[in-house]
Design a protein around this ligand. Sequence first.
Ligand code: AMP
Length: 138
Amino acid sequence: MTAYDDQNIFAKILRGEIPNVTVYEDDDTLCFMDIMPRTDGHCLVIPKTPCRNVLDASDAQLASVMATVKKVANAAKVAFEADGITLQQFNEAAGGQEVFHLHFHIHPRHEGVLMRPPGKMGDMDAIKAHADAIRAAL
Ligand code: AMP
């Protein structure tokens, strides 16, 4: 397993070196909005301590991250009147991972509505409004 690189973008977010739109945080985890949202309400949950992905995470890191995933997923389902929630999580480049700090994607989903393609910057005003909606439902 490759070593954790503390120059990854989520480590910089955790250190406050680059901004984020925070949805929720506790002692162990942070949830913030994805800047290239593939669904309205697309957000990410990360541990505040370093690990690359599920493969090297401790059981404690996974437990705290999953507790936050469940909390925010339920709030997002209410906020967006979603029919369901898709969780995504990628491990290593071959597994689709681009940022090497463990994260789970949360996507509110509606019947018959496809996710948007990846890699397109979102509108920051809309992203902030979506974060407000999830926060209000927490
Ligand atoms: P992946 O590692 O494949 O799960 O993809 C990383 C995700 O992080 C993508 O959905 C990006 O849109 C998202 N992302 C990258 N940089 C930032 C950032 N500065 N703030 C929020 N989300 C980001």
